[in-house]
Design a protein around this ligand. Structure first.
Ligand SMILES: CC(C)(COP(=O)(O)OP(=O)(O)OC[C@H]1O[C@@H](n2cnc3c(N)ncnc32)[C@H](O)[C@@H]1OP(=O)(O)O)[C@@H](O)C(=O)NCCC(=O)NCCS
Length: 169
């Protein structure tokens, strides 16, 4: 039976579950790059968000995004096979897109394996557009497809923001 899914920042105890999802469902058949130690390092980076979708104590999905000045890079995203098409991937990505918008990010970029038709459809459904094909991107073996989601025109003025009043006037 499926329970409630909660999104939360990853904790060190999640690192092995996240690395296993990355190894089995993102990097399958490629030399692994993201082991638990690398995921733990990503969690400690100030410019990186590692987000998990948890059901009780089980990690059902996760996403890693690096935030720059105006660009953000979605590094990894995966949902456990038995829990796909429950809207978990959408929730993870929408949470990150909303954070990026709030942070003033102009565009979100990602690469995926060109043959990953399901993920292409997923990202298109989330408003991403395909840009270029990069042959041999994955270890010289496989092409990557780059995709982008524009959040605002680069260089455009950010909406004015005022800190909330702490005391009644
Ligand atoms: C791509 C992935 C993250 C999608 O996660 P998910 O939780 O199943 O996606 P959601 O349920 O939020 O789907 C949102 C929408 O994306 C589209 N979509 C998702 N999976 C799809 C599929 N297999 N085929 C067609 N469209 C799909 C649909 O429009 C879907 O909306 P709907 O279910 O109302 O039709 C998941 O399939 C996955 O982990 N794949 C392996 C890892 C991977 O490819 N990661 C991305 C590249 S790094």
């Amino acid at each position: 039976m499926n329970g409630a899914i909660t999104l939360r920042p990853a904790l060190p105890r999640d690192a092995h579950a996240i690395a296993a999802l990355a190894r089995d469902h993102v990097e399958a058949g490629l030399p692994p790059k993201y082991d638990a130690a690398k995921i733990l390092r990503a969690m400690r980076q100030r410019d990186t968000v590692v987000l998990v979708a948890a059901e009780g104590s089980a990690v059902r999905g996760f996403a890693v995004m690096e935030f720059g000045e105006e660009r953000a890079h979605l590094v990894l995203l995966a949902v456990s096979p038995g829990h796909r098409r429950r809207g978990i991937g959408r929730r993870l990505l929408e949470w990150l897109l909303e954070s990026a918008r709030t942070a003033g990010i102009a565009s979100v970029h990602l690469e995926l394996r060109a043959g990953n038709a399901a993920a292409r459809r997923f990202y298109r459904a989330l408003g991403f557009s395909e840009t270029i094909l990069v042959p041999g991107y994955y270890g010289g073996r496989e092409a990557a497809l780059r995709m982008i989601r524009v959040l605002r025109a680069p260089g455009a003025a950010l909406p004015a923001w005022q800190p909330p009043w702490l005391a009644q006037k």
